[in-house]
Design a protein around this ligand. Sequence first.
Ligand SMILES: Cc1cc2nc3c(=O)[nH]c(=O)nc-3n(C[C@H](O)[C@H](O)[C@H](O)COP(=O)(O)OP(=O)(O)OC[C@H]3O[C@@H](n4cnc5c(N)ncnc54)[C@H](O)[C@@H]3O)c2cc1C
Length: 458
Amino acid sequence: MTPAPTRVVVVGADAAGMSAAHQALRTARRTGRRLDVTVLERGHHTSYSACGIPYWMAGDVPTGDDLVARTADQHREAGIDLRFGVEVVAADLAARTVTTADGGAVGWDELVVATGAPAVVPDWALRSDGTTYDGVGVVKTLDDGAAWIERFAAAGDGAHVVVVGAGYVGVEVAEAALRHGFGVTVLTRGRGTGMLEDELADLVNTGLVDAGAELVLGAEVTCLDVTDGRVSGVRWDGGTRAADLVVVAVGVRPATGFLEGTGLELSPNGALRPDPHGRVGDHVWAAGDCCEVRRRVDDQWVFRPLATYATKHGRALGDSLAGGSLGFDGMVDTSITRFAHADVHLEIARTGLSRRDADAAGFDAVALLTEGTTTAGYLPEAEPVAIWVMADRATRRLLGVQVVGGRGAGKRVDAAAAVLWAGGSVDDLAWMDLAYAPPFSTTWEVLQVAARRVAERL
Ligand SMILES: Cc1cc2nc3c(=O)[nH]c(=O)nc-3n(C[C@H](O)[C@H](O)[C@H](O)COP(=O)(O)OP(=O)(O)OC[C@H]3O[C@@H](n4cnc5c(N)ncnc54)[C@H](O)[C@@H]3O)c2cc1C
């Protein structure tokens, strides 16, 4: 008798969950396993690029549909039983069931947790019924994006947008609001984007101000002014600003509440810690924003909710679940964004450790900031670029690189990420064979000059 197919239940139908589902089916065809793959999604969207939402808000992407990589129909045609409007509220690992919000139960042989990390909404943004005041919202899902498109369209000339948070999402949304001609204030409790060393964050801060935004550093929002249920201002310790719209971009938190009491180990912020194949327990798997990822440079778990990790880990998980051996071998903490408006064009990127990470890991780190140009200086398109490089004095290992600069600056970080990935030295970065022609770099590429300067000081 042919054995019954293995019942795979995936919770969450976006980057991690659908990567896992499709790869499991592909690998199962190769390994000869029979899988029934069911995906339970509490919302009504699947496989879309949240990363593209700020560019949709800015007007660069015509519709939300353009952000959808694969439709629900395409998933179903591939053999996946995708169910929308189904929220999982509990899991029983012994009985191998999940309970849904309508009280139903779904049985599984293999459970994949890919529930992501919803945006954090502080109390000051919420009415007593838990909804946000009119004119206030986060930027996380396609529905959030659609709500912002409507709010932007309804806002009159001279409207003022306050963005709370100066991380990547805050910076991208500030750009979108400026592009609509709105007044923009960015409030951040720190000294600027926390992903960068202070001297690079300062360059981003200067770019925001040069592009017309007001920037308030060290501002902890305390409450909103609300008129007839609608936001009319923002108050923080030290100031107030009248506001027509308030974007809350203060981070995300793993959606793992339904796993409480299952015995699965969660990190202090509630994230799962899967192995390279995605395993978190007996027949239980996880990937994506609901997880922390292993950073290879200092061998630490860190919470980095990024699509690039969700899709890679999801794929490795799906393959392993179906009998393959793909593994997600951690990351080196690489990320990138852009802030561009008016005459300002800044590409912002980092890889590896920050100074604080290096100190915590006990490295004797040496770091320097080097300035140069993105192309040969004699070309009209040459733009300034600042590159921060850090290496370990004892071993000469490259530890981290950060970049802020004009067009073409940002993806320079990839060469540094490749060296970090291979555990290479600052000398490797200084001397490796990178492409050169005047429209692309100076003869001594600025990244390599930056590495060489650090190497000379070790
Ligand atoms: C504005 C913005 C810009 C971004 N830019 C970048 C970028 O430039 N580069 C980058 O790498 N990353 C970026 N990201 C991050 C990227 O979007 C996420 O890392 C990625 O979407 C994570 O995928 P995921 O599948 O793990 O989680 P999600 O995309 O959050 O999907 C999880 C799904 O699970 C569902 N779900 C949750 N709980 C339950 C439950 N209990 N029952 C049923 N369903 C449930 C949710 O509804 C959701 O659809 C950005 C994110 C945002 C918001």
